[in-house]
Design a protein around this ligand. Structure first.
Ligand SMILES: [Fe+2]
Ligand SMILES: [Fe+2]
Length: 399
């Protein structure tokens, strides 16, 4: 592994108050393989036969005091070229000693690997262990040391650093790929919803903006209820399908430009069950929520709604949210059989239905979010062309 993967482009910092030591590290770690001069120099320094096999780095920086080293380490991080490792002398008068220096360097770069170079120390090994902690960020090189010791420590630590960086890059790459695939799936999911809603709109009088607004306003109320981001995003899409069951209601009733009689109302009420069936038995949490909304969005808090007569908290919360925003939005926009009510009148209607038609807690939160609700209405007003299928897909694309 070492021979084939070793890259000499490593950054090493030597922190020592002795200029000769800097020169010696440079000779040991930067000399080419088989250099007689190097071997002679290393022999002279270490006082015995040294074995220098490879050029360990092409970048060694020198610091003579701890303060200077900290500036260099901080700058290396700021520039995005951190040091792979640092050799730190224990005695560096008049400034910080090695232990203080290492503690400071880790403030600048918590990942920096250090090698403590010492013949003797003002501290016991136990004290050093207590100060630096038992971790894999520091090693000890006791003086006098042989060149091979410095060389092998450098090889091991720089290789460890290379593998860590490689793993970080691979993890980042994988995360990016997963995130791209997730957003692809989300886009496909959302497009499917819009196409389904658009299909039901071919026959319904409702505009695309109504569908869009109900989704956005439901998300606002869900957020006010404290729902998390995922569920809030779910209801934004799921609420758009609240009336998808109208696809199964005859045109003569669906498109009638006058109030419906009792028999016709019974037929149109079946849109809840049809929509519920259409969206049932899905593994998707969003479609499962859409199923509950489609089936129960006409239930009433007091149990007088349809299709099942559920009441209070037995009605799924998502359906209780949509019940409020759907009625509010319908009231504040023109319909073929009546003109739009003012916002004030619609609010009065919603308040009047609190505790009978609507969940009172949701009404309170809806009214507290009124400025955001009105912003949605201004941003997505009804207009003649926007209820079409292409316009719906265009809105989806701009989301
Ligand atoms: Fe409905
Ligand atoms: Fe609606």
């Amino acid at each position: 592994m070492y021979d084939s993967d070793f890259s000499p482009n490593r950054r090493i910092l030597v922190v020592d108050d002795n200029h000769t030591i800097h020169q010696d590290f440079r000779r040991i770690l930067m000399s080419e393989c088989g250099s007689d001069d190097l071997n002679l120099a290393a022999d002279a320094f270490f006082g015995q036969k040294s074995v220098v096999k490879a050029c360990m780095t092409d970048e060694i920086d020198d610091a003579f005091q701890g303060v200077e080293a900290l500036e260099m380490v901080t700058a290396s991080v700021r520039e995005g070229r951190p040091y792979d490792m640092a050799f730190v002398d224990m005695h560096m008068p008049p400034g910080w000693n090695g232990l203080q220096t290492i503690e400071q360097l880790w403030q600048g770069d918590p990942c920096l690997q250090v090698v403590i170079c010492t013949a003797h120390s003002d501290y016991s090994w136990q004290e050093i262990l207590q100060r630096l902690g038992r971790n894999d960020r520091w090693l000890v090189l006791k003086k006098p040391f042989e060149a091979i010791e410095a060389e092998q420590i450098t090889a091991a630590l720089t290789e460890k650093r290379r593998l860590l960086l490689q793993r970080e890059r691979q993890t980042h790459c994988l995360e990016k790929r997963v995130s791209l695939q997730t957003s692809d799936i989300r886009r496909a999911h959302e497009e499917t919803v819009h196409r389904l809603v658009a299909a039901s709109m071919f026959r319904d009088k409702e505009t695309g903006e109504h569908i869009w607004r109900v989704g956005l306003m439901s998300a606002i109320v869900a957020q006010a209820l404290g729902w998390n981001t995922t569920d809030t995003e779910c209801i934004r899409m799921a609420a758009m399908m609240h009336d998808v069951g109208k696809i199964g209601v005859p045109d003569a009733i669906l498109q009638k430009a006058a109030p419906l009689n009792a028999a016709e109302r019974k037929v149109i009420e079946t849109h809840t069950v049809i929509g519920g069936d259409l969206l049932s038995n899905s593994d998707s949490p969003m479609l499962e929520m859409a199923h509950r909304i489609a089936l129960y969005h006409h239930e009433r808090w007091d149990g007088t709604g349809y299709p099942t007569g559920l009441s209070g908290l037995d009605i799924p919360e998502a359906a209780r949210i949509v019940a409020v925003v759907d009625v509010f939005d319908a009231l504040t926009h023109d319909r073929v059989y009546r003109p739009a009510l003012s916002i004030a009148s619609a609010i009065e209607f919603i308040q009047g239905g609190s505790g009978s038609h609507f969940d009172p807690h949701i009404v309170t939160l809806f009214l507290a979010s009124l400025s955001e609700i009105e912003a949605v209405q201004w941003k997505h007003p009804d207009c003649s062309v926007s209820g079409t299928f292409p316009a719906m897909m265009e809105m989806a694309g701009s989301c």
